[in-house]
Design a protein around this ligand. Structure first.
Ligand code: FES
Ligand SMILES: [Fe+2]
Length: 367
C-alpha cells in the first residue's frame, strides 16, 4: 500500500457528512420496544422534531407529530383509546394515520390531520422512517437479512461528536494499530448494497498477535472475518469472527442537537434452538459487550474532543473517503423539520455558523 501522498478522488467539501443539521432520509432508532406498552403515550424529540409515540390495543406503535392540529396542545398529554389517541385539551380524537376521527361537540369529525410517520420494530427497538413511504426494510447485515436474533442492549452513548465520525472509527485502519494496538494490517473491499447502504470487508488475515485474535484463535483456525455495514452513515453493524463464534454489534445512532451523537449499542447473535446454542449465545453476547466496551474506552478520549476535518487523507484513509462519497449521494433532510434539504452546487459550508458543541460533555446513559 502506498503511504506517500495519494491520488484520492475526494476534493469537494462534504455537504452531508459530519453536518450538524442535515441527515439522510431513512429508518432511525426511537426507543427500546419495551419502553412503550399498550395504552401508553410518550413525548419524543427525534432528530430535532417533536413527536409522540403510543401503542394501541392492536400492539402497533404509532408515531405522530406532537402538536394537535386544533390549538396545538402537545398530544403527549393525551390518552390512548383503543388504537387511537385523544387530545387532552378539547378531546379531539386521532387515528393511527393522524386523521381526526371525533370532535366531542360536533357530529362530524374536523377535516384535519396530524402527520403520522411509518414505524417498525426490530432488534428490540422501535424505528421511525423519516419520509413518506419507506424505501426499503429496516437496516440489516446483508448475509443475515432473514435471520432472527437474540439481542442484548449495551450502553446508550451520548457522545460529543457527530454520528458519522463515530461510525468511521470502525474503518479507520491506522488507529487500530496506534490506539487499539491490534498490530495488524487491514485492507477493506467496499460494496454498495443500495443507495443507503455500504459494506466494507477486510481482505487481509490479521496478525496472530492482536488482542482480539488471541481471544478467539484457540477456537478455530480459519481466517477471521471483519466487516462493517453502514446505513445512512448513522447505523452501523460490525461483524467479527466466523461460524458459531460470530460477534455482531449494531450501533444505532441519530443526530442529536449541535451535531452530537445519540447511540444505542445492541449485540446480536443468530437465534439457536438447542440448549447448547442458547448457552453459547449468552456467552457470545457477553463477550461482544466486553470487547466493544474495551474499544470504546480507548476511543472515547478522542471522540469527545475531536474537531474533525477531512484535510489531508492518505491512501490508508480510502475506506473513509468511500464512506463519505457514498453518503454524499443520499437524500438529505433538514434536522428539526425533516424537509428535503436542497443542496446547491458550490454552496459554502460556513463552519463558523455551525452550532457550537459544548466541550468535554459526553455521557454514558444507562437506562
Ligand atoms: S388542542 Fe387538541 S383538541 Fe383542542
Ligand atoms: Fe476505535
Amino acid at each position: 500500500m502506498n503511504i506517500n501522498n495519494h491520488s484520492l478522488n475526494y476534493s469537494k467539501k462534504p455537504k452531508i457528512f459530519n453536518h450538524p443539521e442535515r441527515f439522510v432520509e431513512g429508518w432511525y432508532w426511537v426507543i427500546p420496544s419495551q419502553k412503550i406498552s399498550v395504552g401508553e403515550v410518550k413525548p419524543l424529540s427525534i432528530l430535532g422534531r417533536e413527536l409522540v409515540i403510543y401503542r394501541g390495543e392492536d400492539q402497533q406503535v404509532v408515531i405522530l407529530d406532537a402538536f394537535c392540529p386544533h390549538f396545538g396542545a402537545h398530544l403527549g398529554e393525551g390518552t390512548v383509546e383503543g388504537n387511537e389517541l385523544r387530545c387532552f385539551f378539547h378531546h379531539w380524537k386521532f387515528d393511527s394515520a393522524g386523521f381526526c376521527v371525533e370532535v366531542p361537540c360536533l357530529e362530524e369529525p374536523a377535516k384535519v390531520r396530524t402527520k403520522s410517520w411509518p414505524t417498525a420494530e426490530k432488534y428490540g427497538l422501535v424505528w421511525v422512517w423519516t419520509g413518506e413511504t419507506p424505501q426499503h426494510s429496516l437496516p440489516f447485515i446483508p448475509e443475515l437479512e432473514l435471520d432472527e436474533f437474540d439481542t442484548t442492549f449495551g450502553k446508550r452513548l451520548i457522545i460529543n461528536c457527530h454520528p458519522n465520525i463515530f461510525m468511521i472509527n470502525a474503518i479507520d485502519t491506522q488507529h487500530f494499530n496506534t490506539v487499539h494496538k491490534l498490530l495488524s494490517e487491514f485492507n477493506f473491499a467496499k460494496q454498495e448494497i443500495n443507495e443507503n447502504s455500504i459494506t466494507f470487508t477486510n481482505t487481509t488475515d490479521e496478525s496472530p498477535d492482536s488482542f482480539l485474535i488471541k481471544l478467539i484463535r484457540p477456537l478455530y483456525k480459519k481466517p477471521v472475518n471483519f466487516s462493517l455495514c453502514y446505513w445512512y452513515g448513522m447505523t452501523g453493524f460490525i461483524t467479527i469472527g466466523i461460524g458459531i463464534l460470530q460477534f455482531n454489534i449494531m450501533f444505532a445512532s441519530r443526530l442529536s442537537e449541535a451535531g452530537k451523537a445519540d447511540i444505542q449499542t445492541i449485540f446480536l447473535a443468530k437465534k439457536r434452538q438447542s440448549i447448547l446454542g442458547k448457552l453459547s449465545n449468552i456467552l457470545i453476547l457477553w463477550l461482544s459487550q466486553f470487547v466493544i466496551e474495551y474499544f470504546i474506552r480507548n476511543d472515547a478520549k478522542i471522540l469527545r474532543t475531536i474537531q474533525f476535518k477531512l484535510k489531508s487523507p492518505i491512501d490508508f484513509d480510502q475506506a473513509i473517503i468511500d464512506f463519505v462519497n457514498h453518503l454524499e449521494n443520499q437524500k438529505a433532510l433538514k434536522w428539526e423539520n425533516w424537509y428535503l434539504d436542497r443542496i446547491r452546487d458550490g454552496e459554502l459550508d460556513d463552519v463558523e455558523k455551525r452550532p457550537k458543541r459544548e466541550k468535554w460533555h459526553d455521557e454514558l446513559v444507562n437506562d
